[in-house]
Design a protein around this ligand. Structure first.
Ligand code: NAD
Length: 499
């Protein structure tokens, strides 16, 4: 059995707690390795090592820190195929999807090369007679990143990159379901020139997380995962006086207006609804066609496209549309929700509940499903399914469609498909959701903008990556300085002799 490890002071470290989590190959259902679950004492030791390494790193010229990011970009590109393979093997997503996961993370590392510019601070000359005022951004110290399973490269890189570029030390707690790529990235950071100890990876579960949340050394906490845990982490971290940003779940609606290009809308829904088996926080899980005719046309376009989707392991070539979901429990949960949809009266237009793949009968595959006539009281509408299930909720008017998205408790992403600029503009202005697409189904902002939802999709003030990340991972200090002038009235410069 392959045994994974922690990453401490730039070296692999065996776990000593005696507790392990099984890491599966979701395509076969077999356990492929076991991952140590850190005890509170081990986690405290990691935090202490990070605290020892941080001051020198934080005091370093930001351009030197940026050079580490530059080198990291080269190393990630060098190892892209190896990283993508490891990612697909544990997560189950296709290789192109795994490369997308890595690429979107890499783009934030590229953005971090701008650290010297982002951290420059501000200066006011002559704020008063002989007085200058300047502000600087200083690192928080040691920060923790607690990450989800669904983007095992992108999510850690979105947090670790800016935190390090700002001069912090980071203790990363990856998901226990797919920890290998974060560990590989930690090794690459050391090869890129990151001083040992500045970036620690502690594998674990609630015990490690609670230790991070309660440690007085940890100054900032970034969390990405499901909403109940995001809420828990936010309240415990902030009650302990820490800065926190906690990103939660989603239920993203895509509104389809009668004037939309219906082929474009259907293609978009296939990619956004079923890509990565629906295990994306920006997946579209609800389509809202406006008007009966729009709904009927949309369903007619969706059904043949869904029937053509190829569900298979990532090893089956580049035409695989999506792979298995991450665990057996996830599969059972998704099938349970699909059954609840049928029981509660939704029409299951594409039913793959008996989906099985020859040779992979024990894998965690779930076929694509399409529901029509879903209503807001149903569990499949209220819950984030996080699987390959698309629900169609029919709306009579634009206002009704807008109201559905507005009233949902989640507010991560949304989209509208229309040819009408007025409607699109109205939608973008009025919607209470953090990321909006206009004829773009998954509006994930690029590295130099920021990513974050509203309502129960985000707890905290500052978003992920972009300028917000440099604010989150630094504190502002403002200095007011007066230097008694040595300039005599006549213009001659005069130094007072020392006694
Ligand atoms: P999760 O909440 O189960 O786990 C996330 C992290 O929290 C993991 O590291 C896990 O070990 C830890 N954790 C789990 N239970 C805990 C507990 N009781 N106490 C302390 N720590 C605990 O989420 P997941 O299943 O790994 O990820 C999927 C979720 O993440 C989805 O809801 C998805 O929408 C969300 N997500 C959100 C964003 C975003 O930016 N909003 C991005 C990606 C994923």
């Amino acid at each position: 059995m392959n045994e994974l490890y922690h990453w401490i002071d730039g070296e692999r470290a065996k776990g000593t707690s005696g507790r392990f989590a099984d890491v599966f190959n979701p395509a076969t259902g077999e356990v492929q390795s076991r991952c140590p679950m850190a005890s509170a004492a081990e986690t405290e030791a990691f935090i202490a090592r990070a605290a020892a390494a941080q001051p020198a790193w934080g005091a370093m010229n930001p351009q030197r820190r940026a050079r580490v990011m530059m080198a990291m970009v080269g190393l990630m590109n060098r190892d892209m195929d190896k990283l993508a393979e490891a990612l697909s093997r544990e997560h189950g997503k296709t290789l192109p999807d795994a490369k997308g996961d890595l690429q979107r993370g890499l783009e934030v590392i590229e953005y971090c090369i701008a650290a010297p510019q982002m951290l420059k601070g501000e200066f006011t000359d002559a704020a008063g007679p002989g007085i200058d005022m300047y502000s600087m951004r200083q690192p928080l110290g040691v920060v923790a990143s607690i990450m989800p399973f669904n983007f095992p490269a992108m999510m850690p890189l979105w947090h670790v990159g800016p935190a390090l570029a700002c001069g912090n030390a980071v203790v990363l707690k990856p998901s226990e379901r797919d920890p290998s790529v974060p560990l590989m990235l930690a090794e690459l950071f050391v090869e890129a020139g990151l001083p040992k100890g500045v970036f620690q990876v502690v594998n674990g579960d609630k015990e490690a997380v609670d230790t991070l949340l309660d440690s007085p050394v940890i100054q900032g906490v970034s969390f990405v995962g499901s909403t109940p845990i995001a809420q828990y982490i936010y309240s415990r971290a902030t009650a302990n006086g820490k800065r926190a940003q906690c990103f939660g779940g989603a239920k993203n609606h895509m509104i389809v207006m009668p004037d939309a290009d219906m082929d474009q809308a259907a293609d978009a829904l296939i990619g956004a609804g079923f890509g990565a088996a629906g295990e994306r926080c920006m997946a579209v899980s609800v389509a809202v066609p406006v008007g009966k005719e729009t709904a009927d046309r949309l369903i007619d376009k969706l059904v043949p496209r869904i029937e053509k989707l190829r569900v298979a392991p990532y090893t089956d070539g580049n035409d695989v549309d999506f792979g298995p979901v991450v665990t057996r429990e996830a599969k059972e949960r998704i099938l349970g929700l699909i059954n609840s949809g049928v029981e509660q009266g939704a029409k299951l237009v594409v039913d793959n509940r008996d989906f099985s793949l020859q040779g992979y009968e024990n894998g965690f595959f779930v076929g694509p499903h399409l529901f029509d006539h879903v209503t807001p009281d149903m569990d499949i509408y209220r819950t984030e399914i996080f699987g390959p299930v698309l629900s169609v909720v029919r709306a009579k008017t634009y206002e009704e469609a807008l109201g559905l998205a507005m009233d949902h408790e989640y507010g991560n992403g949304t989209a509208i498909f229309t040819r009408d600029g007025d409607t699109a503009r109205d939608f973008a202005h009025r919607i209470n959701i953090g990321m909006v697409g206009i004829n773009v189904p998954i509006p994930v902002p690029l590295a130099y903008h920021t990513f974050g939802g509203w309502k129960k999709s985000m707890f905290g003030d500052l978003n992920q990556h972009g300028p917000d990340s440099f604010k989150f991972y630094t504190r502002t200090k403002t200095v007011t300085a007066r230097w008694p002038s040595g300039l005599k009235e006549g213009g001659e410069f005069h130094f007072k002799a020392m006694d």
